[in-house]
Write a protein that binds this ligand. Structure first.
Ligand code: C2E
Ligand code: MG
Ligand code: MG
Ligand code: MG
Length: 283
C-alpha cells in the first residue's frame, strides 16, 4: 500500500486521501490521548422503516473533535486506529457508549429503537472480542436484542469458522448482525447464509449510481430479492433524493438511511429529532 514518493518520504494511499507518514504518526500519538481526553464523540444517524415511515433505530458513527485540527471524520482516523491497534479499545468504548444510549432512549420514552455499532476487522479478530462484549452488555443491563453489530464481508470471510463461532455466541445473547457496505466485496450472499445475519446494508455507491447506470438498478434489485429469500432485511445507505427513495420503495427495500431524512447528529439533536418524529412519521 505504500508508494515511493519523491524519495524523501513515503505516502500512504488511503482511499482518495493522500496522507504523509509524518501526519499519520502524529495522528496516532494524538489518538492515544483522545479517549481519555474525551475528544471522541458518537454521532447518530436515524434509519427509517419504509413501510411505516417511522424511525427504526440509528447507527453510531465516530467523530474526533481534535483540539487543533477540528472535527476529523472516521475515514481519516479509523485506518490509523486500525493499523496501530487503537481501534480495539476505541471500539469497546463505542459499544459501552451505545449501551448507555440504549438505556437512555428507553428512559426518554423511545423503547425498541435499534442501535447499530460498526466493528472493524481488527476488533472482530481481537481474541477477547466475545468475552469483552459479553461483559459490556451484562454490565449495562440493556435489552441485547436492540444492539446490532455491523461487519463487512471481508471481516466475516477472512476466517469463516471463526466468524461463525463468534456470531453464534453473540447471537445467542440476542445481539444481531448486519452486513455493511454490501456489494463492494466479492462474496455472494449465499456464501454468508449459514451465518446469523439478519440485515444487509447496500453500499451507498449503488444508491448514488441510480439513474446514472442501469447496472445499479439491477444490482440493487438482485440484492433485495436474494436477501429477502434468505430472510434478511435490507437497508439502503446514502439515500439523498426523492427519486432514490421512490425506487427503493418500489423494490420493497425495508429501511433507508441517508441525508434525505437525516445526517448523523449529536445525541441531544437526535433526541429532538426523535421527539418531533414521534408526533409525525417521516414519510
Ligand atoms: P459506514 O458504516 O458504511 O457508515 C455510513 C457512512 O455513510 C457514514 O460515514 C455516514 O455519515 C455516511 N452517509 C450516510 N448517509 C449518507 C448520504 O446520504 N450521503 C453520503 N454521501 N454519505 C452518507 P462516516 O460517518 O464518515 O463513517 C465512515 C465509515 O467509518 C463508516 O462507514 C464505518 O465504516 C466507519 N466508522 C464510523 N464509526 C465507526 C466506529 O465506531 N467503529 C468502526 N470500526 N468504524 C466506524
Ligand atoms: Mg456501518
Ligand atoms: Mg456502510
Ligand atoms: Mg463504509
Amino acid at each position: 500500500e505504500a508508494k515511493r514518493d519523491t524519495g524523501t518520504s513515503y505516502r500512504f494511499y488511503n482511499r482518495e486521501l493522500h496522507i504523509s507518514t509524518g501526519y499519520q504518526l502524529r495522528l496516532e500519538t494524538d489518538l492515544r490521548h483522545a479517549i481519555r481526553a474525551q475528544e471522541l464523540e458518537l454521532y447518530y444517524q436515524p434509519r427509517i422503516d419504509l413501510a411505516t415511515g417511522e424511525v427504526r433505530g440509528m447507527e453510531c458513527l465516530l467523530r474526533w473533535n481534535h483540539p487543533k485540527r477540528g472535527m476529523i471524520g472516521p475515514d481519516e482516523f479509523i485506518p490509523v486506529a486500525e493499523r496501530s491497534g487503537l481501534i480495539v479499545p476505541i471500539g469497546y468504548w463505542v459499544i459501552e457508549q451505545a449501551c448507555q444510549r440504549l438505556q437512555e432512549s428507553a428512559e426518554l420514552g423511545f423503547p425498541g429503537l435499534v442501535l447499530a455499532v460498526n466493528l472493524s476487522f481488527r476488533q472482530f479478530h481481537d481474541p477477547k472480542m466475545t468475552e469483552t462484549i459479553f461483559r459490556i452488555i451484562f454490565n449495562a443491563n440493556v435489552d441485547t436484542s436492540l444492539l446490532e453489530l455491523e461487519l463487512t464481508e471481508s471481516a466475516m470471510m477472512h476466517d469463516p469458522e471463526y466468524a461463525q463461532r463468534c456470531l453464534r455466541e453473540l447471537n445467542q445473547l440476542g445481539v444481531s448482525f448486519a452486513l455493511d457496505d454490501f456489494g463492494t466485496g466479492y462474496s455472494s450472499l449465499s456464501n454468508l447464509q449459514h451465518l446469523p445475519i439478519s440485515l444487509v446494508k447496500i453500499d451507498k455507491s449503488f444508491i448514488q449510481d441510480l439513474g446514472k447506470s442501469a447496472d445499479a438498478e439491477h444490482i440493487i434489485r438482485a440484492i433485495i430479492t436474494l436477501a429477502h429469500s434468505l430472510h434478511m432485511s435490507v437497508v439502503a445507505e446514502g439515500v439523498e433524493t426523492k427519486e432514490q427513495l421512490e425506487f427503493l420503495q418500489q423494490q420493497h427495500c425495508d429501511e433507508i438511511q441517508g441525508y434525505y431524512f437525516a445526517r448523523p447528529m449529536p445525541w441531544n439533536e437526535l433526541v429532538q429529532f426523535l421527539t418531533q418524529q414521534s408526533r409525525s412519521a417521516c414519510l
